[in-house]
Ligand binder design. Structure first.
Ligand SMILES: [Zn+2]
Length: 168
């Protein structure tokens, strides 16, 4: 395994991953761990047609909470992947790596649609696929895959991880 994969693997083994798997519970657990609420919003609930990159949702960083916007028109399993991918960006501190100060965008129609009452002053940053670069995207994908492996394995085995990441 590459160094970054090892680091992510170690992080995942320390996380409170619910078994049997439950996406909402896992998001709540991560929110508790970070001490910041995390809100999930489906694109189906937005008034504007918004299509985040299929592998990457959108992380909306507000003063008092983090919001994950995910593509709804896909399978439950893929939604799990997208949400875990975004949690990976959060837990791996990718906001710092992406340089949120420069990337902080003004709230656009998407945000107004997501939060009709949104005060633009409470939005610190909006992070989507184009803000991270390939390396951070791969890390977030690795994180999501390892969480799903750990969530579905009765006895998470190093053997399975080795098979999955033999090529890296
Ligand atoms: Zn991403």
């Amino acid at each position: 395994m590459k160094n970054s994969t090892k680091r992510i693997d170690k992080l995942v083994t320390q996380l409170p991953i619910p078994r049997p798997w439950n996406r909402t519970t896992f998001v709540d657990n991560v929110a508790t761990l970070r001490g910041r609420p995390i809100t999930l919003i489906s694109t189906a609930d937005l008034e504007l047609p918004v299509t985040p990159d299929s592998a990457c949702g959108i992380w909306l960083m507000r003063d008092s909470e983090d919001v994950i916007i995910y593509e709804a028109a896909t399978s439950e399993y893929h939604i799990d992947q997208i949400v875990c991918h975004e949690l990976g960006h959060m837990l791996l501190d990718h906001d710092r790596a992406a340089g949120t100060a420069e990337n902080a965008r003004a709230p656009d129609p998407l945000l107004r649609s997501a939060f009709p009452d949104l005060d633009p002053a409470t939005v610190r940053a909006v992070l989507g696929r184009s803000d991270y670069g390939d390396r951070l995207e791969r890390e977030a994908e690795t994180f999501a895959t390892l969480v799903m492996v750990a969530a579905t394995a009765d006895h998470p085995s190093q053997g399975l991880r080795n098979v999955l990441f033999r090529q890296q």
